[in-house]
Write a protein that binds this ligand. Structure first.
Ligand code: SAM
Length: 256
């Protein structure tokens, strides 16, 4: 264990004044996906000892909030909450701090205490990641970004799909600073969607109008959905295939 901890990132963190080797994972994730930008309000879930908080503050220079079950030794310019990210009370406290405008970014490197039973540890990790997603959905601004750690396993794909349903672009990524033998992977969701339709939703609609591209244009709960291969006057059943921040694309699955 001691030998494993003393890898190059461990020593780099010690030398450069970061609280954890994990700091470099966030630098690498941000380098690739530009999750955090200057001026952003960032909420870090499962933040102790605070390596990611240091990096988030360094990149954003803005309002940064860290949450953990454990006390986080103060970092200048960073607010901290001692609390459980799975509890509504903690989410309310975070909302109280970020205010009505919401956060630009939610990041989560939370990990359960490992039992050594792989199935159980995977399930607990998915549970924590789901809580982080639930929290992000409550506190992110429309168009905000999300990054979360997950341990790979049977439930990974379903969780990835759930993130996909809520963000315009979603990727899974292993930063170089993750240990080679680690089963952890990070899911990055960019541009939080607040549209009233989700990928996979089905609707029965009348086509009354075509747009300049020739696609059908329908408005569902005030949200524009483009439908391929339709004619004015048709009644069709559509399935939403892709959702963007301001519109969605759907395919016809049945002509009625
Ligand atoms: C790998 S560490 C995070 C390291 C951090 N990113 C850094 O760079 O310093 C995982 C953290 O998740 C926290 N954690 C696990 N379950 C939690 C929960 N339900 N609520 C809040 N924090 C939790 C643990 O206490 C632990 O500090």
């Amino acid at each position: 264990m001691a030998r494993d901890r003393r890898d190059s990132y461990y020593w780099k963190a010690k030398t450069e004044g970061y609280r954890s080797r994990a700091s470099y994972k966030l630098f690498q994730i941000n380098e690739k996906f530009k999750v955090i930008k200057h001026g952003d309000t960032v909420v870090d879930l499962g933040a102790a000892p605070g390596g990611w908080l240091q990096v988030a503050k360094e990149i954003s220079g803005g309002h940064v909030v860290g949450v953990d079950l454990k006390r986080i030794v103060p970092i200048e310019g960073v607010e901290t909450i001692k609390g459980d990210i799975t509890s509504d009370d903690t989410v309310r406290k975070i909302m109280g701090i970020v205010g009505g405008e919401g956060a630009d970014v939610v990041i989560c490197d939370a990990a359960p205490n490992l039992s050594g039973n792989w199935t159980l540890d995977h399930a607990r990790s998915i549970d924590l990641s789901n809580s982080a997603l639930g929290c992000a959905k409550k506190i992110l601004k429309p168009g905000g970004n999300f990054a979360v750690k997950v341990f790979q396993g049977d439930m990974f794909k379903a969780f990835l799909d759930e993130v996909r349903n809520n963000f315009s672009h979603t990727r899974a990524h292993s930063p170089g600073a993750s240990r080679a033998q680690s089963a952890e992977i990070y899911i990055v969701g960019k541009k939080f969607l607040t549209a009233p339709v989700c990928r996979g939703d089905e609707f029965e609609i009348d086509i009354r109008e075509l747009g300049s591209s020739g696609d059908g244009v329908v408005v569902i709960d005030g949200f524009v959905v483009f439908v391929k291969d339709v004619k004015v006057g048709e009644k069709v059943r559509i399935k939403v295939m892709d959702v963007k921040p301001n519109f969605a694309f759907a395919d016809v699955i049945e002509r009625i």
